[in-house]
Ligand binder design. Structure first.
Ligand code: AMP
Length: 413
């Protein structure tokens, strides 16, 4: 939080009222820096992840500017377009617009895959002030001439890195090409790999740059622990952990959808109240699982990385990485689900032998070692040569057994 107040930032009275109704007293650093710049009409490059308050940082000035220059949007048009990679994130942004715009008459539409097109087309027919969309479905509706962006004044790309990871780059470029050159453009990304930087150069005009380091956002406030464990013992460890006091609202991350379903199955057998959220679930099922989790009806939510970006639930006590992600950046995103809105949190990562390289990658990225809890495997402290073929290298033992089995065959032949 900052020493600045929302009143210092120049937001309209209607927005100020909505903020006090939401119990926001102080702007977060990204809000304090971004809001004045955006009210002045500048483009913005924001390097920040969820949990920093970035949604309000772009939504508040957007609503302020839209109201100040009020005009009817025009049929099938949108005055502002917000693009986000996942359906969850789209819904979350749309909810924020409702919350902050509660004292205004802003119309908005949500366009995303996984649900019927008809209601979305209907909503767009008379035009809207704000359109929040995932790129695939939006392009689809644009090609069918249900959306016209040639009078759009504001473009916001949220989680651009994830958008590119998910293969939306071509769709995004096609969409942006339909917007007028004269517009205000904002791009937010948690990381800045080369292709995101290139996109930013292409679409932003002399942007103001704000970087809220991931380190200071989440990593420093979160207790981060690693549990070295055999792959086969992860289930038991998870069940034991979840039985400990304090594990009140927990997200368990797996790398794959299949893995998530397996975890849900064995936890359900242990009578742990749990649900999964991943890309194979229908939009309705994902939303319901998220809702149950948010309302405390489900204690443990099992999620994959793609689904995790949109999870905006306060008071998550623990994040458990049942499997380590292959991209170190995903680790930071995962653990950022806890320690939201100023709270502290605990992240526990399971690491089997095959995941140690990923652990090293994560520790390099966050520039610190995770605290080891539980037993430290012998071979982690011993030199490599002494451990070769030892008990924690199951591959080697397996090869030996196969060689022994083959010899008698060769003699027989
Ligand atoms: P975001 O980074 O936009 O996903 O926001 C993270 C969380 O912080 C959300 O639950 C917001 O409702 C909350 N939040 C955002 N800004 C503030 C603020 N200034 N004061 C308190 N909570 C906030």
């Amino acid at each position: 939080m900052t020493n600045v107040t929302f009143a210092d930032l120049g937001l309209s009275n209607r927005l100020m009222k909505a903020l006090s109704a939401a119990n926001y007293t102080t702007p977060t650093p990204i809000q304090a820096e971004a809001i004045p710049v955006l009210l002045d009409g500048h483009d913005l490059l924001g390097i920040a992840q969820t949990g920093t308050g970035k949604t309000a940082a772009f939504t508040l000035p957007l609503l302020h500017n839209l109201e100040k220059t009020h005009r009817p949007p025009g049929q099938r048009c949108a005055r502002a377009l917000i693009l986000a990679p996942t359906r969850e994130l789209v819904i979350q942004i749309s909810e924020s617009i409702k919350t902050y715009g509660r004292n205004m008459q802003m119309s908005q539409a949500v366009v995303m895959g996984g649900v019927g097109k008809r209601p979305q087309i209907e909503k767009l027919r008379r035009g809207v002030d704000v359109l929040v969309a995932t790129p695939g479905r939006l392009l689809d509706l644009m090609n069918l001439r249900h959306v016209d962006l040639n009078r759009t004044e504001y473009l916001i790309l949220d989680e651009a890195d994830r958008m590119l990871d998910m293969g939306f780059i071509r769709d995004v470029r096609k969409i942006v090409a339909k917007l007028p050159e004269k517009r205000q453009t904002l791009l937010f990304s948690a990381t800045m790999p080369g292709d995101v930087a290139k996109l930013a150069r292409e679409i932003l005009d002399n942007p103001h740059r704000i970087e809220i380091a991931a380190k200071t956002v989440a990593v420093e406030r979160i207790t981060q622990q690693v549990y070295h464990v055999d792959a086969g013992a992860k289930r038991t460890r998870l069940i034991e952990l979840l039985a400990e006091p304090g594990f009140e609202r927990v997200i368990v991350f797996t790398r794959t959808k299949h893995g998530a379903d397996k975890v849900v199955k064995f936890l359900a057998r242990e009578k742990v109240n749990t649900e999964a959220i991943h890309g194979n679930k229908s939009q309705g099922a994902r939303q319901k699982a998220l809702d149950n989790f948010r309302k405390g009806r489900t204690r443990v939510l099992v999620a994959t990385d793609i689904a995790s970006r949109g999870i905006d639930v306060d008071d998550i006590t623990h994040v458990i990485n049942y499997e380590l992600p292959h991209e170190p950046e995903s680790y930071v995103h995962r653990i950022g689900r806890t320690a939201r809105a100023g709270a502290d949190g605990i992240a526990i990562s399971f690491c089997d032998v095959s995941e140690r390289a990923h652990l090293r990658g994560i520790e390099r990225l966050i520039k610190r070692k995770l605290d080891v809890i539980g037993e430290v495997p012998d071979d982690l402290s011993a030199p490599e040569s002494k451990t070769r073929g030892g008990p924690s290298r199951p591959g080697t033992g397996f090869k030996k057994r196969r060689r022994r089995q083959r010899r008698p065959d060769r003699r027989a032949a």
